[in-house]
Design a protein around this ligand. Structure first.
Ligand SMILES: C[S@@+](CC[C@H](N)C(=O)[O-])C[C@H]1O[C@@H](n2cnc3c(N)ncnc32)[C@H](O)[C@@H]1O
Length: 239
């Protein structure tokens, strides 16, 4: 992967960035996403935020190497601290981090969000707590995707602040739109997870050391929800 050829995962993220956006990519690493979008003429201006020095230097190299220093600011900063009000940011991407990390980044500096930005989030796991944060903070989920690349499942969540929104526990777990759409990639992901969780649950019951009851209950509930999902799928196919 490089700024000429994005991974399928980042291509799908790119597809959710509105044309003409003023985009902040937090945790930008090499800044491939921003440079690719800028070279395609799809974004107006951009900020690449990085907390660590090595990826920050890599982002600077990519941006300079492509002659884009006037259009893309590369900043060494923790999370949303990379964004200044004068940037007039209209979209923020946070990709390739755990869902809890993305949630914590958003929560730490909520005051820096104008509430008008589109959030394009690509968590690696931890989607449920991230959706929970979105709901608690009045963000409606407008787009969701599951995709599989290099034997990993990735999710993309697109959200905008809309005012109060309420999702059920299952919607927070599976994703409200994915639960409706039930794409092949979504079903494959949950089939795989069901097998994994059933195996873990049976290890728990055989374990010599006591597993906290809370953990067993949580896993049992998840296995129940996923089984229910496939039972409904079976019914739909029969019906
Ligand atoms: C696995 S990389 C993902 C890079 C790129 N976004 C992608 O999806 O391919 C995660 C990056 O996020 C950065 N990061 C982690 N926490 C951060 C924070 N609080 N603020 C800014 N960057 C952060 C890391 O330094 C790392 O470069």
């Amino acid at each position: 992967m490089n700024e000429q050829k994005l991974s399928e995962r980042l291509e799908r993220v790119a597809a959710h960035v509105p044309a003409g956006a003023r985009l902040a990519d937090i945790g930008s690493d090499h800044a491939y996403l921003l440079v690719a979008l800028m070279k395609r003429g799809l974004i107006e201006t951009a900020v690449a935020g990085e907390v660590a020095l090595t990826p920050f230097n890599a982002a600077q190299r990519t941006v300079r190497g492509n002659g884009l220093s006037q259009r893309i600011s590369v900043r060494l900063a923790n999370g949303l601290a990379a964004i200044e009000p004068a940037d007039g940011i209209t979209a923020i991407s946070l990709c390739g981090m755990g869902g809890e990390t993305i949630r914590d980044i958003l929560d730490r500096d909520k005051a820096r969000l104008s509430g008008k930005e589109r959030l394009i989030l690509q968590p690696n796991g931890g989607e449920q707590p991230l959706r929970h944060w979105l709901m608690e903070n009045g963000y409606r989920i407008l787009g969701e995707e599951v995709l599989r690349e290099n034997r990993f499942n990735y999710e993309i969540i697109v959200a905008e602040r809309s005012g109060p929104v309420l999702y059920t526990a299952q919607e927070l777990y599976f994703g409200p739109l994915q639960l409706q759409a039930r794409s092949p990639a979504f079903l494959v992901k949950w089939q795989r997870l069901l097998r994994l969780k059933q195996r873990t649950l049976s290890h728990f019951t055989q374990a010599r050391q006591a597993v906290p009851e809370e953990k067993v209950q949580e896993l049992t509930q998840q296995v129940g929800w996923i089984s229910e999902l496939f039972a409904q799928e079976g019914e739909a196919l029969k019906g």
